[in-house]
Design a protein around this ligand. Sequence first.
Ligand SMILES: Nc1ncnc2c1ncn2[C@@H]1O[C@H](COP(=O)(O)OP(=O)(O)OP(=O)(O)O)[C@@H](O)[C@H]1O
Ligand SMILES: O=c1ccn([C@@H]2O[C@H](COP(=O)(O)O)[C@@H](O)[C@H]2O)c(=O)[nH]1
Length: 227
Amino acid sequence: MGTVVDAPAVVAEEVTENMLGGKKVTVVFVLGGPGSGKGTQCANIVEHFGFTHLSAGDLLRAEIKSGSENGTMIENMIKEGKIVPSEVTIKLLQEAMIKSENDKFLIDGFPRNEENRAAFENVTKISPAFVLFFDCSEEEMERRLLGRNQGRVDDNIETIKKRFKTFVESSLPVIEHYSSKDKVKKVLVNYLARLMLQNQFLRFLKTSKPFLPHMRQRLNRAIQGTP
Ligand SMILES: Nc1ncnc2c1ncn2[C@@H]1O[C@H](COP(=O)(O)OP(=O)(O)OP(=O)(O)O)[C@@H](O)[C@H]1O
Ligand SMILES: O=c1ccn([C@@H]2O[C@H](COP(=O)(O)O)[C@@H](O)[C@H]2O)c(=O)[nH]1
């Protein structure tokens, strides 16, 4: 598994195209446990590299709000930390990609299990260019989720424990699958958190964008604590 700390630089460098109903697209899967910071970092990548962020969880929550016939089923699955059937989530992702004028997508929080992964690849014929994996301790994720305060029905300790179990049992095998294909870039969340806390991460991105190899060196030096 490759290990990176400068996730956006990786996004900028590696591009492969897939077809989606005649539209060529580049897809990066963004995976990691609940509260590992996927959504937060996707916002940074979007801002700097022009990807469109598609959060599978957000699409499912929008489906509940829309009053769709699947709404109650989706809400119950989310409350229980369970995985919504593949066909529902894939349809929402496909619709969002087709509707978008962009052709580069960060798909956040999907695929959630091996069945999701196989179904997505079969239906869309899309393989991800690579997978960003936010690796974070459960202790830290729990602390973040309990402090998120966005009124989510699943940010309570009982559901959080269920989500952790689902992640370990069902989602980690997806990461192992892509790892065996050498497609996983692991993001060192604790280092990233430290840099963000020091308010340096965005400054590095802004000042070093045209010099990506240089930026990587600076980040690596900062993380290793070398001058
Ligand atoms: N590096 C960080 N350090 C401290 N807190 C962070 C960091 N990154 C994100 N957070 C906070 O942790 C919480 C969870 O982050 P975020 O929503 O990005 O996680 P996520 O992986 O997308 O979660 P989920 O899978 O549940 O949607 C948010 O309140 C966010 O502000
Ligand atoms: O592909 C997906 C994505 C999400 N879910 C369900 O939604 C919740 C919340 O997801 P977040 O990524 O944390 O927003 C998740 O626990 C699942 O219940 C899903 O089933 N499939």
